[in-house]
Design a protein around this ligand. Structure first.
Ligand code: NI
Length: 182
């Protein structure tokens, strides 16, 4: 199937699920579709700049990456509609909320690293998309912790995709700048 068709099926499914929850981009009034389509955009551009990159697979994972963690979507639903590889990728990208909070990211990174490199790339693209000037109510401590977590993601996953690793590295450096911390 064409990537364009796969993209449309995945964004329709994800958008319906996130809309059902009334989910917005945190700190804004924008529909969550803005987040998932930005992650997919990062993946499409990275895919065109990377050799041996399964763009069809990666872009579907990008669009669906928050459905299990944030919506009523289940592993079985994703498996039936998009196949086992995509369901496995999305579950790896989902936090295990039964774990203590400080273990959730290391645990997810560990599970992501057992997946194809395109899944690592989606995690890089997700954090690139999220590393924007932080909401005004965030404390400096929270901003610092978020930056540290981004650095941890970069350290663990940078080998997956040179193009996205460079972009995330730049976003982390920009996050340091005084204007981003206002
Ligand atoms: Ni996300």
């Amino acid at each position: 199937m064409e990537i364009q068709t796969l993209y449309q099926e995945a964004i329709k499914f994800a958008s319906a699920k996130h809309t059902e929850k009334g989910q917005k981009v945190p700190g804004t009034n924008l529909p969550y579709d803005v987040h998932i389509s930005n992650v997919a955009m990062e993946i499409l551009i990275a895919g065109s700049s990377s050799a041996n990159f399964n763009t069809a697979f990666a872009v579907q994972v990008a669009l669906l990456h928050d459905t299990i963690e944030d919506t009523s979507a289940t592993f079985e639903e994703l498996e039936n509609k998009f196949g086992i590889e995509i369901a496995n990728a999305v579950i790896a990208l989902s936090k295990n909320i039964d774990l203590p909070k400080d273990q959730q990211m290391p645990d997810s990174l560990h599970r992501i690293k057992a997946m194809p490199s395109e899944v690592w790339a989606v995690k890089l693209a997700d954090r690139i998309t999220n590393l924007q000037p932080p909401p005004s109510h965030w404390t400096n401590e929270k901003k610092y912790a978020y930056k540290q977590e981004a650095q941890q993601i970069l350290n663990e996953l940078h080998k997956a995709n040179f193009y996205l690793a460079k972009r995330l590295e730049k976003k982390i450096n920009d996050y340091n700048s005084p204007s981003a911390l206002l």
